[in-house]
Design a binder for this molecule. Structure first.
Ligand SMILES: [Zn+2]
Ligand SMILES: [Zn+2]
Length: 327
């Protein structure tokens, strides 16, 4: 019954409140397992009674409680967010004590969980991941250790103060993300080099300067105003190319930057917004403005939600320019 289900009181993760109350009021009092009622399978991400055999994987694969840093994640909420089944606990359930009841997980691992259902759209996946991310505790000590922005970075062997070109992560065609970017997994995946799981660079949506993704904008100089990835329809725009076409210098990423794990929220942009970006620099001539806009416009995909096609019909399209430009 619902009232007998044991789970963290905030339905996200265990807190001090869950821990301080002892005896009858202890959050685990009703569970002989000494854990939440439900757990999650770390292979197929199905959820069910903690420490019982996963109904999908079988063998000795059991539902475990996911441990994130010092806290336990609420398996029921996890199942809801991942839109997975929850095998209901029988009142007479017995446990398999052979495996450790908790399974340490990291943000990376949660991304694997989101990626498990191959049929999801990229958008849905992102939404799911954001929801998962929101259920994590804010205390930095709970996060997996702070990471360098570059995977496998070693200060003593990198030999460069700034990130090297080969470690800059950006869409394959240097314009926007395509299926080519998303098709490969593992070390071939376009985001593999970046621990931020996003492009190396982003753009400020106020002054349109570009710099290390999620770093504070050097010009706006206020908290929360960070370089974000621009999303046009369902693709990400290449921030480096964006900067170049606006005639801006990208603030270079330092090689030894540590990344405080908070996945960058992408900023959804439209054609009128790109016009605002071009118009931001008051000192340029009307002619230059037109060139900038045409250059920006040229980097947009033609097949994303029909956005670009729509604009072309309205007669705002650019003339085709050469692709020989090195960006
Ligand atoms: Zn399973
Ligand atoms: Zn700014």
């Amino acid at each position: 019954m619902d009232e007998d289900v044991v789970r963290p009181s905030n339905h996200q993760y265990t807190t001090k409140e869950d821990r301080v109350e002892r005896g009858y009021n202890n959050w685990l009092y009703k569970s002989n397992a000494g854990h939440q009622t439900y757990g999650t399978c770390d292979i197929c991400f199905d959820s069910g009674p903690v420490m019982t055999i996963c109904r999908k994987c079988e063998h000795d694969q059991v539902y475990q409680v996911f441990q994130f840093g010092e806290v336990e994640l609420d398996s029921t909420t996890l199942a809801n967010i991942l839109e997975r089944g929850l095998k209901v606990q029988y009142a007479c359930q017995q446990y398999n004590w052979e495996r450790a009841p908790t399974r340490p997980v990291t943000v990376k691992f949660l991304q694997v969980a989101v990626g498990y259902a191959r049929i999801l759209t990229e958008e849905k996946r992102e939404q799911m991941f954001n929801n998962l991310y929101d259920m994590l505790p804010p205390d930095p000590r709970c996060w997996s250790t702070k990471k360098y922005i570059i995977r496998d970075y070693h200060p003593s062997t990198y030999e460069s103060e700034y990130i090297k070109d080969k470690d800059v992560v950006r869409p394959f065609n240097h314009k926007y993300t395509t299926s080519k970017d998303w098709g490969n997994r593992g070390v071939d995946h376009w985001l593999y080099r970046s621990m931020a799981m996003h492009q190396t660079y982003g753009t400020c949506d106020t002054c349109f300067d570009s710099g290390p993704v999620m770093a504070e904008c050097r010009f706006c100089n206020k908290e929360e105003q960070v370089y974000q990835v621009f999303m046009f329809g369902n693709v990400e725009l290449d921030s480096s190319t964006f900067a170049k076409r606006l005639g801006r210098e990208v603030l270079q990423q330092e090689a030894n930057r540590e990344f405080y794990w908070k996945p960058p929220k992408a900023r959804s942009v439209t054609v009128p917004f790109l016009q605002t970006a071009v118009g931001f620099d008051r000192s340029i001539t009307e002619k230059e403005r037109e060139v900038f806009f045409n250059n920006l416009y040229e980097m947009l995909p033609t097949d994303t939600l029909g956005n670009k096609a729509l604009v072309e019909e309205e007669g705002m399209g650019s003339e085709k320019e050469s692709d020989s430009e090195d960006e």
